[in-house]
Design a protein around this ligand. Structure first.
Ligand code: NAD
Ligand code: IPM
Ligand code: MN
Length: 355
């Protein structure tokens, strides 16, 4: 029997509510498909920080390293500045384990209404491939001067290796999907150094894939096109910051960010990958038991796929879709219902085959 060890990090806010929902669904599907998931809990969070001055212990990353994957809820909560909590836990994991790909599907699921007129399932179905280890996310820079003369410098870092590998991933992914079209997010009219370089590398790597059509848009008009004509996209590749923004905008256009999953990957898999919803800790609804668990559960399905359990992953996705298509379903408030996290999780469990 295949056996996988998974490091669970529920984190903060609704992460603590949706992660257990994900674990329940994954455990159920593992049992049905005949493989074992051994979950180990790492209760690192803003509370840890308030108690110890650190988001995780000094050997935290080492303790995660020997797992097959990491399953994370959300990190960040009022009381600890976001740049402290995120640079203390989530971002070091992405970097230490060289998870340079952040793969985020944008799909209008059946049964969910897009805020866009006349859009139905199939119209919005593309992937954001986000660079996840460098770019605009950087601690390089600083503050100098005082008062009116204060100056703050925030550096972005684009390495040739880092840029080429994410672009190549996007092209390989489009090829694998059988959707030979890659769109690049740029801003080479305003950013003088980084984005002209990004465009140059996009053209160079694109030339290695003559059968794949390319286009590129400045991030501002690309944001507008996500809303005006989302059906035109297949694979959209962007830098760390642009990819971050596009991967909330896309799910927003599909009706709720709460269902959106993500995979932080490090091909060719020297380290554990990490799977987490796109959304955050949602302090505005935390503790009420009404968070939508679908983003977490779908992230779990991506994790199963990554582990080689494609059939189990497909079962989870089918169960999610079956619930959303069920007119009697008791959905969470973000989907217009008045159900709880537990209600929605139970219905997904019930739709798994072979119960
Ligand atoms: P957020 O995603 O937490 O919340 C944005 C809005 O979406 C809120 O109104 C929230 O209630 C709603 N929402 C999010 N997830 C939902 C769910 N599963 N079900 C129902 N509604 C949901 O974004 P934010 O408010 O910008 O961030 C809150 C905190 O989370 C901050 O500390 C931020 O840094 C952190 N954050 C962490 C991650 C992560 O760990 N990957 C991602 C984004 C934000
Ligand atoms: C995400 C989040 C994180 C990011 C934050 C919390 C640092 O928004 O996973 O999309 O920007 O990467
Ligand atoms: Mn984000």
């Amino acid at each position: 029997m295949n056996r996988y060890t998974i490091a669970n990090i529920p984190g903060d806010g609704i992460g603590r509510e949706v992660l257990p929902a994900g674990v329940r669904v994954l455990s159920a599907v593992a049992q049905r498909c005949g493989f074992a998931l051994e979950f180990r809990d790492f209760d690192w969070s803003c509370e840890t920080y308030l108690a110890t001055g650190k988001m995780m212990p000094d050997d935290g990353l080492t303790r995660l390293a020997d797992h097959d994957a990491i399953f994370l809820g959300a990190v960040g909560y009022p009381g600890v500045p976001d740049h402290v909590s995120l640079w203390g836990l989530l971002l070091p994991i992405r970097r230490e384990f060289d998870q340079y790909v952040n793969l985020r599907p944008v799909r209008l699921l059946p049964g969910i209404r897009s805020p866009l007129r006349d859009k139905s399932t199939g119209d919005i179905d593309f992937w954001v491939v986000r660079e996840n280890s460098e770019g605009e996310y950087s601690r390089i820079g600083g503050r100098t001067g005082t008062g009116e003369d204060e100056i703050v410098i925030q550096q972005a870092v684009f390495t040739r290796r880092g840029t080429d590998r994410i672009l190549r991933y996007a092209f390989d992914f489009a090829r694998k999907l059988g959707r030979p079209h890659v769109t690049s997010a740029t801003k080479s009219n305003g950013l003088y150094h980084s984005m002209p370089f990004w465009d140059e590398r996009f053209a160079a790597i694109g030339a290695e894939y003559p059968e794949i059509a390319t286009d590129q848009y400045h991030i501002d008009i690309l944001a507008a096109r996500f809303v005006m004509s989302p059906e035109r996209f297949d694979v959209v590749v962007g830098s760390n910051l642009f990819g971050d923004i596009l991967s909330d905008l896309g799910p927003g256009v599909t009706g709720t960010i709460a269902v959106a999953p993500s995979a932080n990957l490090n091909p060719p898999r020297r380290f554990p990958s990490m799977f987490e919803p796109v959304h955050g800790s949602a302090p505005d609804i935390a503790g009420q038991g009404i968070a939508n668990p679908i983003g977490q559960i779908w992230s779990g399905a991506m994790m199963l796929d990554h582990l080689g359990e494609a059939e189990a992953a497909a079962m989870v996705l089918a169960a999610i879709e079956a619930v959303l298509l069920d007119p009697q379903a008791d959905l969470t408030p973000d989907l217009g219902g008045d159900g709880s996290t537990a209600d929605l999780t139970r219905q997904i469990l019930e739709k798994l085959p072979g119960r």
